[in-house]
Design a protein around this ligand. Structure first.
Ligand SMILES: Cc1cc2nc3c(=O)[nH]c(=O)nc-3n(C[C@H](O)[C@H](O)[C@H](O)COP(=O)(O)OP(=O)(O)OC[C@H]3O[C@@H](n4cnc5c(N)ncnc54)[C@H](O)[C@@H]3O)c2cc1C
Ligand code: SF4
Ligand code: SF4
Length: 411
């Protein structure tokens, strides 16, 4: 008998976990990812270990990516999106692949194109050696810059003759794992993100640490010495209409701060917060350790403005002293949270999955948050709501077992 076939939409940690679990159970999987790389947001995070593992989960994404690319039962479709889904006895799904322009068979991953076009951002590089191919064209930046690709590749792997293509695939079940959008820190205008170089987001911090190996100030490349983290940026904010707690930003800020202090005990780190979100059994003990190394101030700063040397003055209302205060830092990190993917509305129309009041996909059953009202389609990961890496993997594992039950593979 032919193995059952499952389509998974979204190749982040949730989609990859579901794909691998199903493939390991003998099913065939089509994994559709709209970007040029598997791994989603979490493949770009750095390890936050001190003298011990702080269980940030970053390394589990790398391991799962390796599992997926080495599994012959998982067919990965990169730079691909869903055009249409129809249900008869099974699902007929039309997928559309963007023009790739780089021939994966000819590309040797030498990186020459990436280096030559670095300033224009036309070539994107994956975050892991398991991102195969490692380089992809950034179609958004290509428009009007096509000539710069001519003769750039010594292997002649780049050709502008490629065109988008569509095809129809059949699936017995579908998992939607299209993830989240990081909060756009520019929406908090008083913090000066994208205006003051040394105001960065939690994602920028990961990028800088990965590229430089330390936390460099964007303005001058020097190691930051006096660092502020501002919590709840974009989350728990009535003015923005985002009332939910993103659940991930307290743990990532504290783990990052601890790992920075471990490397350089002289760093001066302050966390401005409303409440610290307690996530899991070991977190209270970890928080107590953090209190020895980091200054915590229960106040969310009102605004930020630049002073000499691109340092940043922060105005806040200190609850303890009960008066407005000012303090200067040389780097400010905005702990941005998890927002619904803006494409959820379109995907909701294509798949029939409802949206909740915040714009995440709505589960039909409070006990099993992977099930929706339509049988045969399931949801996994942060597409359903804020989760960390471990919780996204657990949710995806649950979605995979629901698919196996739905298809009669397990009871
Ligand atoms: C700044 C920051 C730091 C964080 N740090 C940590 C941490 O240290 N530890 C931790 O546990 N968690 C952390 N998190 C949370 C972590 O990022 C998430 O738990 C995890 O990424 C969720 O995985 P996912 O697969 O649900 O979604 P995503 O990572 O968003 O992946 C979704 C994938 O689906 C693809 N996609 C989207 N739409 C479509 C479509 N229409 N068609 C096809 N593909 C599509 C996307 O391109 C993406 O590859 C952090 C979050 C933020 C914002
Ligand atoms: S700190 Fe994070 S990335 Fe590093 S070993 Fe532990 S879980 Fe893995
Ligand atoms: S996890 Fe912490 S920083 Fe993030 S929204 Fe919740 S309370 Fe705020």
């Amino acid at each position: 008998m032919e193995p059952k076939h499952v389509m998974i939409i979204g190749g982040g940690i949730a989609g990859m976990t579901a794909a691998w679990e199903l493939a390991e159970s003998g099913l065939r999987v089509d994994l559709v990812e709209k970007s040029g790389f598997l791994g989603g947001h979490a493949i770009q995070y750095t390890c936050k270990a001190t003298s011990e593992c702080l269980q940030c989960g970053a390394c589990s994404v790398e391991k799962m990516l390796k599992n997926v690319v080495e599994n012959d039962s998982i067919h990965v479709h990169l730079s691909t999106e869903i055009e249409n889904i129809e249900k008869n006895t099974t699902y007929s799904i039309t997928i559309k692949k963007s023009a790739a322009f780089i021939d994966a068979a000819k590309c040797t991953n030498c990186g020459i194109c990436f280096e030559k076009l670095k300033d224009k951002g036309i070539i994107a590089r994956g975050y892991s050696k398991n991102n195969i191919p490692l380089y992809a064209i950034n179609n958004e930046k290509l428009c009007g810059n096509e000539d710069s690709l001519k003769d750039i590749c010594p292997e002649v792997a780049i050709s502008l003759n490629d065109a988008p293509s569509s095809k129809v695939l059949n699936a017995d079940a579908v998992i939607v794992a299209t993830g989240f959008n990081p909060f756009d820190a520019g929406r908090k205008a008083t913090y000066g993100y994208a205006k003051f170089p040394n105001v960065i987001s939690g994602l920028d911090l990961e990028r800088i640490k990965r590229q430089k190996g330390f936390l460099a100030r964007p303005s001058d490349g020097k190691a930051a010495q006096k660092i502020a983290f501002i919590q709840c940026v974009g989350s728990r904010d009535e003015n923005l209409g985002n009332l939910w707690c993103s659940q991930i930003c307290c743990p990532y800020a504290l783990r990052t701060a601890e790992s920075l202090k471990h490397k350089n005990p002289d760093l001066d780190i302050t966390v401005f917060y409303m409440d610290i979100q307690n996530t899991g059994k070991s977190f209270p003990a970890f928080y107590e350790t953090c209190k020895n190394d980091i200054r915590f101030i229960r106040s969310i700063p009102v605004d930020i403005f630049p002073v000499e040397n691109d340092n940043l003055n922060m105005r806040l209302f200190d609850e303890i002293h009960g008066a407005p205060e000012m303090e200067a830092f040389d780097l400010v990190v905005l702990s941005i949270g998890i927002m619904p993917n803006p494409e959820n509305k379109k995907l909701s129309e294509q798949t029939g999955i409802g949206l909740d009041a915040d714009g995440f996909f709505k589960n039909a059953d409070e006990l099993n948050k992977t099930e929706i009202a339509n049988k045969g389609i399931f949801i996994a990961g942060t597409a359903q709501g804020p989760k960390n890496i471990a919780a996204s993997m657990a949710h995806a594992g649950q979605a995979a077992s629901c698919v196996l039950q739905y298809l009669g593979v397990t009871k």
